[in-house]
Design a protein around this ligand. Sequence first.
Ligand code: SAM
Length: 277
Amino acid sequence: MAKKQKTKRKTMADTADKFDCYQQSVQAPDHEVEMFDQFYKEQFDRTPVTLREDFCGTFAVCCEWVKLDDKRQAWGIDLCPETLDWGRNNNLSPLKAVQAERVQVLEQDVRDGNTPTVDVLAAQNFSFWIFRTRAEVIEYFRKAHANLNDDGIMVMDMMGGRECYNDTITDKRTIVKGKRGFKYHWQQAYFNPVTADCSFYIHFKFGDGSKMKKAFEYHWRFWTVPEVREMLAEAGFSSSIVYVEQEDENGEDSGDWVPVEEAPNNESWLCYIVGVK
Ligand SMILES: C[S@@+](CC[C@H](N)C(=O)[O-])C[C@H]1O[C@@H](n2cnc3c(N)ncnc32)[C@H](O)[C@@H]1O
């Protein structure tokens, strides 16, 4: 008689949805849109209407954008069909039909045009760091510049600080508490001081102890704020503005992002760079 096969019970990591875990851990589309509105209003004294989200992934920001005003339109651009499909099924489908029809998604390289010019072009989560040479970044910034209206801004987030170059650090955060919950691990895995090449991994650890290792991996060049501002100028942007979050009287984040030309030399920090067309 054939031996009865023992079926292995699936772990939480086996059944988890990596894009769902990513969105819960990393993204705050409402915050991003609030920031884009603030940056745009401070330049042009009106609310922006059109958005192009380069490297959009699951285009959560596009979906948030169109929810806030019935005139708003958004275009999301990404190369990865699997990621875009997840966005269609999970971020686009819950929208009302009148909202969803104002989101267009294009599976293509961000350096391709194919969209009308827009008020705000966003490239979030350090995504343009995929371009490792000045020539590649400037080429991308030139294309981004051409994709903007005359009253247009490009918004990118940046990270930095000496702790970010430490390739022994893994930042761990609990996203959902308890046995059914999970933790987010951001591993700073590699940094080469000669080339500024760097690697980062996102792992998820679940309440049953199981792990989804390298759910996402990034192999980038670690660009600095002054380099990016110089490349924006070379690509034709008339100015660039750096926004950092102010600290309150207890040294905590205040939620208030202001333009600066000097910032505290913190161990790690985030900022936005806004390129003005
Ligand atoms: C770090 S993820 C960022 C996703 C999203 N913007 C966010 O904030 O979470 C980078 C994304 O860029 C896409 N990507 C990489 N190179 C690209 C390129 N040349 N053109 C279009 N998309 C690209 C990847 O498929 C991936 O979805």
